[in-house]
Design a protein around this ligand. Sequence first.
Ligand code: PGA
Length: 242
Amino acid sequence: MRIIRAKDYEEMSGLAADIIAEVIKEKPDCVLGLATGSTPLGVYEKLAAKYRAGELSFSRVATVNLDEYKGMGREDENSYFRFMRDNFFSKVDIRPENTHIPDGAEEEEKACRDYDRVLERVGRIDLQLLGIGHDGHIGFNEPAEAFSKTTHCVRLTEETAEANSRFFSGREEVPSYAYTMGVGSILSAKKVLMVAAGADKARILKKAAEGPVTPAVPASILQFHPDFTLVADAAALAELRG
Ligand code: PGA
């Protein structure tokens, strides 16, 4: 596990974008696993800036997103489909047909099965970008009794629903369920890159990076990944030993 210390959110975003850009330059037709949430927004801005500057093209890149709310159609303003389109895909030269997100409007079994087929078809993820939830979730893999392997439907924990309510008009608007890529699929990525910022992530980052590997802290499994990089700001790393 490699930890890269950034002084602030801006630097964290730039360093993470540089790592992703390297992967794309080395393999223009790479598969990127992407994440939603506030933390990766800066990374997407930096990547879009590289595209505008003519340094980077996404024309052959394929993407697979981690998750989507169950019951949410693509055009719903709170869907992750919209989030990715508005915050990233519309700002670079990626081909929409090369971008993939679980279908929130589809019923559970089909949505999960179809998404696992997509993952199989696009091939091994070259780099998976992740944020981390306050409860240690990655994607929507919440604390559980076992690590999940493939795409499945999860019930959001109260903590996650509360945290995500800032994107909605109120807590009661937050969907109760989501479809998420499994921890097994995340772990099979060649590289995993996690971004974290802010003092509110310090406690969980310490647990995830230095605590026991347990499905009660899903992100802790990344300690076993052979190519895992954490890029975080000083506030988020404040409780780590090293
Ligand atoms: P955040 O979400 O980046 O909005 O804090 C992280 C996550 O839930 O993965």
